[in-house]
Ligand binder design. Structure first.
Ligand code: AHM
Ligand code: MG
Length: 335
């Protein structure tokens, strides 16, 4: 098979899309380069003194891991220089990251979780980077305001993730399907390995942190009980899988089908996951791959964030499995 690099793929799609510009392709190129640098640091994490926490607590009230900090700095440093952005937002920073006035800027807004699932780093389990790209309303200039950034996920022009697993994979969509690339460390390039990824309409795996059951509502218990007892179309009993790193759990769901769930509960009434840097980009990929993403009531992509770090419940994966969740919650809302 001819090996297509991600850069060749981007250029090909740039030619096909009347909206794609060299600036947008350049933005993705710098993002991909940052991911390669992060991947190299993670691969050596056990050998260098970069495991463990920094002793700080981030804006989300969580312990900052040294690698969280490293990944955040790598992305921020390179992306603020890329010339395509008018603002950035990172899971690790409370406020919008402004582009320095002496750097060139463009119309795009980049939102990212530099290292998702970072509580897994010390035990050498998968982590990932998630990104979302929005465009500021036409005609505006200067620094993007918070109002310009707080857009529903349906407005994303691109979204994706990098999974640092046994292989490093980049999966993204610019609104023309979902494509997966695997990093060939020898060549130093991401090569197209998973063209046109599609989520099966029903799976046979459910993924949820069942340790939270004591905090779940009656409706959420019924949702999870549904997956304990239902069967897939080919008669399989659903299996349970939970990595605890969203990128890894989502990637499995994208490839094999099934559902990933992080519901709201009495301890986390808004849910745990961040709408803008976690749920919305993965929802964009899910829909591009013929799957669904819901907060239990409706599409994640229609939710307008009320703040930068807004949280949401998330049910994402195979269309039929997500529909089953909405059906059960709907029943409770009516009663
Ligand atoms: P993080 O961004 O601080 O790493 O938190 C998000 C992570 C997800 O990767 C994962 O799906 C979830 O939190 C796991 O949470 P829990 O340990 O509560 O099951
Ligand atoms: Mg995260």
């Amino acid at each position: 098979m001819a090996e297509i690099t991600v850069t060749e793929h981007l250029l090909l799609y740039q030619k096909k899309s009347p909206h794609a510009t060299g600036m947008f392709t350049g933005l993705l190129y710098d993002l991909i380069l940052s991911a390669k640098i992060i991947s190299r640091r993670i691969a050596k994490a056990g050998l260098l003194d970069i495991l463990g926490g920094t002793g700080e607590i981030n804006v989300q009230g969580e312990n900052v891991q040294k690698l969280d900090d490293i990944a955040n700095n790598i992305l921020t440093w390179r992306m603020e220089r890329c010339g395509a952005l008018c603002a950035m937002s990172s899971e690790e920073n409370a406020e919008l990251i402004r582009i320095r006035p002496d750097f060139p800027r463009g119309d795009y807004i980049l939102i990212f979780d530099p290292l998702d699932g970072s509580s897994n780093i010390d035990v050498n389990i998968n982590v990932g980077t998630i990104f979302s790209i929005l465009r500021r309303p036409h005609g505006n200039s200067g620094d993007a305001t918070l109002e310009e950034v707080l857009q529903p996920g349906a407005n994303q022009v691109a979204a994706g993730y990098v999974l640092y697993g046994p292989s490093t994979m980049l999966v993204f969509s610019t609104g023309q399907g979902v494509h997966g690339f695997t990093l060939d460390p020898g060549v130093g390039e991401f090569l197209l390995s998973h063209p046109n990824m599609r989520i099966p309409s029903q799976g046979s795996i459910y993924s949820v942190n069942e340790g939270n059951r004591k905090n779940w509502s009656k409706a959420t218990r019924e949702v999870v009980d549904w997956f304990h007892t239902c069967r897939s179309r080919d008669g399989k009993i659903y299996s349970s899988r939970y990595v605890g790193a969203l990128v890894a759990d989502f990637h499995r769901t994208l490839v094999n089908g099934g559902i990933y769930m992080y519901p709201a509960d009495s301890a986390k009434p808004q849910g745990k996951l961040r709408l803008m840097c976690e749920a919305a980009p993965l929802a964009f990929l899910a829909e591009q791959a013929a799957g669904c993403a819901s907060d239990g009531r409706g599409r994640i992509l229609e939710r307008v964030p009320e703040q930068l770090h807004a949280r949401t419940p998330l049910f994402i994966g195979s269309a039929d499995d997500v529909a089953a969740v909405e059906r059960i919650y709907g029943k409770y809302e009516k009663s």
